[in-house]
Ligand binder design. Structure first.
Ligand code: GLN
Length: 225
């Protein structure tokens, strides 16, 4: 584990795992698929892919991952969710299956299949705050949008045209990032680069933490100085 090549897991229960692995590797991460609780332990970051949020959450329950994932995410593991992954990072959802659970973490309400079933998929250029250069080509597939943003969350991207203009489709709250769209499908890894920078920042901060008194005395005990 080094800050230069952070170790980032892609939750590999269902969805477009391989595309995220490829995008993460292209921006300098050591990316691995994760399916077991033990594999969460030494991650520096996590990606929750697009797919079907109901299926991902059911499989997480089946593999006893739901609570461990909730804990790691709320304890500060940098996590990025795209599409179904955005739904899973929401504290509240509307249009979900009955009693649909999420991992939670971002203080927002997300509407599933928000663009309407008749609009299965579409793409449009979207400016993402913090991502330099031309707008990102945002691919939406049965996508959610953020209906309500809580106090701690920061809007990064909105739909720019059409009937959904102004809808929030990119958001960040501290160590958590979510997009309604799928940058992993475009070959443009700038959003993944933004996320890997978030992970590096967290790693940099923990490396800077001053040693505590007890660690100091443990060193003294070991070295005799
Ligand atoms: N509509 C899907 C869901 O509810 C998300 C679609 C996607 O990830 N492309 O989980």
């Amino acid at each position: 584990m080094t800050a230069a090549r952070p170790r980032i897991g892609v939750l590999a229960l269902q969805g477009d795992v391989r595309e995220h692995l490829t995008a993460l590797r292209s921006v300098g991460a050591d990316a691995i698929p994760v399916r077991r609780e033990s594999e969460l332990a030494d991650l520096d970051g996590l990606v929750i892919p697009g797919g079907e949020s109901t299926t991902i959450v059911k499989l997480a329950q089946h593999f006893d991952l739901l609570e461990p994932l909730r804990k790691r995410i709320s304890d500060g593991l940098p996590t990025y969710g795209s599409c179904a992954g955005m739904i899973l990072l929401a504290d509240r959802i509307v249009g979900g299956a009955v009693d649909q659970e999420t991992f939670g973490g971002i203080d927002m309400t997300v509407r599933r299949n928000a663009f309407g079933r008749q609009i299965e998929s579409f793409e449009e250029p979207v400016h993402v705050e913090g991502v330099a250069g031309a707008p990102v080509t945002a691919v939406f597939i049965r996508a959610p949008w953020v209906e309500d943003v809580g106090g701690g969350a920061e809007v990064l991207a909105r739909v720019t045209s059409g009937p959904a203009a102004g809808r929030v489709v990119g958001i960040r709250q501290g160590h958590l990032l979510a997009t309604s769209f799928h940058p992993e499908l475009t070959g443009d890894a700038r959003v993944h680069g933004y996320f890997v920078d978030m992970v590096r920042n967290v790693l940099g901060k923990s490396a800077e933490l001053p040693t505590t008194k007890s660690e100091d005395s443990a060193v003294t005990a070991r070295t005799g100085r």
